[in-house]
Design a protein around this ligand. Structure first.
Ligand code: DLL
Length: 436
């Protein structure tokens, strides 16, 4: 019989049973963590010498946070809990901002991660029989191989193409009648914009769903993609340090991302004080991985901002849901003293119908003052030679932005294809202000 669940029992566990399972798994993870040079010292400092010292899940809060800096300082093996010969795969973050962080998986770790990804995909309604084109890059990035094995576990037909080469992507979609994509939202926007120039249009395609994630995007971007392609787009959140995708994923109701709580302890904290906040309140997401034994990760500060939804989901899954990611503690721009999150800007520009599929936030300094310029591509049909019309559009965008971010940005209008294109994660903010 067809069911809505990949693993009904685990996905619908009562809160009490879920918490019992978390406690049991937390103890197992502590047993692994004690074997690493990093956590061994950390845990001893707070009096945790063995798994039995953990009496309840709330005891996790006695353990200090783990940060990206900790991972860097303990690179490459300070958080490794098993002999290297038991590690069957390594993933890593790109390391563009410093020493890369590395993540190790044992055979069992890979198996349980794959199970989470399969569960996530299944929750969207994708099934065996779907043709799955995985357009996230393969390699050290977790987005490629992570979804690949999860989709195979369900029995979907996987096209492991990776990112880039738009024309070939479109040809593959057409030839194999791809029904499900995995892709960054910015690249999916770009593909639509350049589709015609490659000789394709949406009626050549058989798409039904896209899993979009790996970068921030607004609800308006999702709606735009759904409308442009006539598909359902599901938000997927994860980060390499916690094994990548398969951490939090939307189900078919698209009402927030279920965090698989049998595999992760989800906390939200006030980033300033480090204190836990109530469900429903915005803060920084902190996660403990309960299943990765080769490379334990306890109370990892993600720097991502979101809140836990307080109502239950129509799908019947009991695992709590996260709002979309609202920003990062480190991506806030301060423009002449005013705090602005790039996500606020995206939310506004993507709801303006004349705005096309790409934009860029540019910050520089004129004398002592910061200047914010929002560059947007607009649809070609807008370039009619009517300067008045373009000026009116600029004014409208600037005013709508001012209503949201309280400052008045400069607006630049660009033709489709004029702004830089990204085939993986988009870099939307260019800040050229001198740093002191
Ligand atoms: O981006 C893992 C992933 C792959 C997630 C495929 C989803 C799909 P990292 O490269 O380590 O891992 O980047 C993680 O990207 O801390 C967020 O800031 C951001 N991010 C990831 N997913 C989302 C999302 C992968 N759905 C960092 N919405 C995270 C907003 C996201 N931001």
């Amino acid at each position: 019989m067809e069911t809505d669940f990949f693993c009904h029992e685990i996905e619908t566990l009562s809160r009490e049973k879920l918490e019992n399972l978390q406690l049991q798994r937390l103890r197992e993870i502590i047993a692994s963590a004690i074997k690493t040079s990093f956590y061994n010292k950390r845990l001893a400092k707070v009096g945790i010498k063995s798994p039995e010292d953990i009496k309840s899940i709330a005891d996790v809060r006695k353990i200090p946070f783990t940060t990206k800096d900790d991972l860097r300082q303990n690179f490459p093996t300070g958080l490794l809990a098993v002999d290297m010969s038991d590690i069957v795969r390594i993933h890593s973050s790109s390391g563009t901002t410093g020493i890369p962080t590395v993540i190790y998986f044992t055979k069992d770790d890979l198996n349980s991660w794959t199970e989470l990804v399969a569960r996530s995909i299944y929750a969207t309604g994708a099934r065996k029989g779907d043709i799955f084109q995985n357009m996230m890059s393969y390699g050290l990035f977790t987005g490629g191989l992570g979804l690949h094995y999860g989709a195979e576990r369900i029995g979907m037909t996987v096209i492991p193409v990776g990112g880039g080469n738009t024309k070939r992507q479109l040809q593959l979609m057409k030839d194999f009648k791809t029904t499900v994509l995995h892709i960054t939202p910015s690249y999916l926007l770009h593909i639509h914009e350049s589709m015609e120039s490659h000789g394709f249009n949406t009626s050549d395609l058989s798409l039904k769903k896209a899993f979009i994630g790996a970068e921030p995007h607004s609800e308006n971007t999702r709606l735009k993609l759904e409308e442009l392609y006539g598909i359902d787009a599901y938000n997927s959140y994860g980060l390499s340090e916690l094994s990548g995708p398969g951490l939090a994923f939307e189900c078919k109701y698209k009402a927030g991302m279920h965090v698989w709580e049998d595999a992760y302890i989800l906390e939200v904290i006030d980033p300033e004080t480090g204190k836990n906040v109530e469900d429903g309140q915005e803060g920084e997401i902190v996660l403990t991985n309960l299943i990765r034994k080769g490379n334990p990760m306890i109370r990892y500060r993600t720097r991502d901002l979101a809140y836990v939804l307080t109502d239950s989901c129509k799908c019947g899954r009991t695992h709590r849901r996260l709002s979309r990611i609202l920003g990062r503690t480190d991506d806030m721009l301060i423009i002449n003293g005013v705090n602005v999150f790039p996500s606020q800007i995206e939310e506004v520009v993507m709801r303006i119908p004349e705005v096309g599929t790409n934009y860029q936030i540019y910050v520089d300094k004129i004398g002592a003052l910061d200047r914010l310029t929002v560059k947007v591509e607009i649809y070609s049909k807008m370039f009619t030679g009517e300067v008045k019309q373009l000026d009116a559009l600029k004014k409208k965008i600037a005013e709508e932005l001012r209503a949201s971010i309280t400052i008045h940005p400069l607006i630049e209008l660009h033709e489709p294809g004029a702004l830089p294109v990204f085939e993986g994660k988009a870099k939307r903010v260019v800040d050229v202000r001198p740093s002191f």
